[in-house]
Ligand binder design. Structure first.
Ligand code: NDP
Length: 360
């Protein structure tokens, strides 16, 4: 019973720790993209995700080293911990939705999508969306480290290099996200989504557990002996994906914040109707959401790296991105068509492909 309870409350304790670190560690104060609905001023954010991540990893290593908490604790209690994270996600949803006025849609819709657009707490020191993404990212990394440690403890010298490669790629993914937190403020989640079950449960339970599924499902499997050249190829698939996703996001970020500045030697080429402007070259000239293709390739690289193609679980990770991003692209296209009108039509005539150049 003690093991069940301690496993169940493990994510609660870790999330409280991450929140405390986020609050007390020094942070950059940055201006966001979305504006306050009453004042019209851009929202302000305190960002220190990478520092919180580094300290969290340091604490995991220290507690494991001194023997207080086994390195693979999160693997040992994974199912109880998942249950605890799900319960917390539900409580958070009720807390962030129910006390606030409805949007005019059904209660189920409000619970799922949320009522508040960009809630901030502690006099603006905590932004709910950035806090949720921070918790999800740091917990994902701790899971990946813990699962990898378990694999090593179980197999020693016979451990699978492919599993460690997948863990390294996920680690890169988390570091990359927390290094570019500011760029994330310019994404769909911030200007088009509210905070409810989708984002709350999504970041507290789904993100840190499901994103680890490739590593999780292979932890207790023997080394599949994937040849080195194949592992190199899988890492390259991931890196190509990262270049597309990060490149597109950064090009758009610079375009929105410093419109004249070139990016990677690409001078911004634009179309305008006199009021609004769209980028039409570089990453945004290849397809209208090349960044989504990038995310899918990164997930594919991770799924392939673990080296068990006959098992269904690692494949769920790239499949999830396809299921998430195809409808999201359609939604975003609709939103942009209504926001930009004939300018968007001109853009879609010029950049014909939605996600995959010459295919879709
Ligand atoms: P985008 O970054 O593609 O943002 C779309 C918005 O960009 C549009 O609504 C529009 O906003 C603006 N825009 C579109 N085309 C142009 C253009 N040609 N020129 C200028 N502005 C343009 O999508 P998301 O916000 O959905 O995604 C952001 C990142 O997050 C992506 O890399 C995505 O892959 C990633 N992501 C990662 C997930 C993960 O789990 N790892 C999950 C979901 C997304 P506006 O009207 O403000 O100009």
């Amino acid at each position: 019973m003690i093991a069940i309870l301690s496993g169940f409350f493990t994510p609660w304790i870790i999330y409280a720790g991450i929140t405390a670190l986020h609050l007390v560690l020094p942070a950059r104060q940055v201006q966001g993209y979305v504006r306050h609905p009453d004042t019209g001023a851009p929202l302000q954010y305190r960002l220190n995700g990478r520092l919180v991540l580094l300290i969290s990893i340091g604490l995991w290593a220290l507690l494991g080293y001194v023997g207080w908490i086994p390195f693979d604790w999160l693997y040992t209690v994974r199912w109880y911990s998942l249950a605890g994270a799900c319960a917390l996600g539900l409580l958070f949803t009720a807390w962030i939705v129910l006390p606030y006025p409805g949007t005019g849609k059904s209660l189920v819709s409000d619970l799922y999508l949320g009522r508040l657009e960009n809630p901030q707490f502690q006099y603006g020191r905590i932004d709910a969306k950035m806090w949720l993404y921070l918790i999800g990212a740091v917990m994902l990394e701790l899971q990946v480290l813990s699962f990898s440690a378990h694999h090593y403890l179980e197999f020693g010298a016979a451990a699978s290099p492919g599993l460690f490669l997948a863990a390294a790629l996920l680690t890169f993914f988390v570091f990359d996200y927390l290094s570019f937190e500011e760029v994330h403020l310019y994404t769909y989640d911030f200007f088009a989504e509210r905070v409810g079950f989708k984002l709350g449960w999504g970041c507290l339970a789904f993100y840190p557990y499901f994103y680890a599924i490739a590593v999780w499902s292979a932890v207790s499997l023997p080394n599949p002996e994937t040849p080195g050249w194949q592992l190199t190829l899988f890492a390259l698939i991931f890196l190509c994906g990262w270049m597309l996703a990060r490149g597109a996001n950064l090009q758009k970020f610079y375009f929105k914040t410093r419109p004249e500045q070139s990016f990677l030697g690409i001078n911004p080429e634009t179309i305008s109707d006199g009021k609004k402007t769209l980028l039409v070259n570089g990453f945004w000239g290849v397809s209208r959401h090349i960044n989504y293709l990038g995310e899918m390739l990164m997930a594919l690289g991770i799924a392939l790296s673990v080296g068990h193609p006959a098992i269904v679980w690692p494949w769920l990770y790239p499949v999830y991105y396809v299921v998430l991003l195809l409808p999201r692209q359609l939604d975003d296209d609709k939103r942009c068509a209504s926001k930009y009108g004939s300018l968007w039509e001109a853009y879609t005539r010029r950049v014909k492909y939605r996600i995959v150049p010459y295919i879709y």
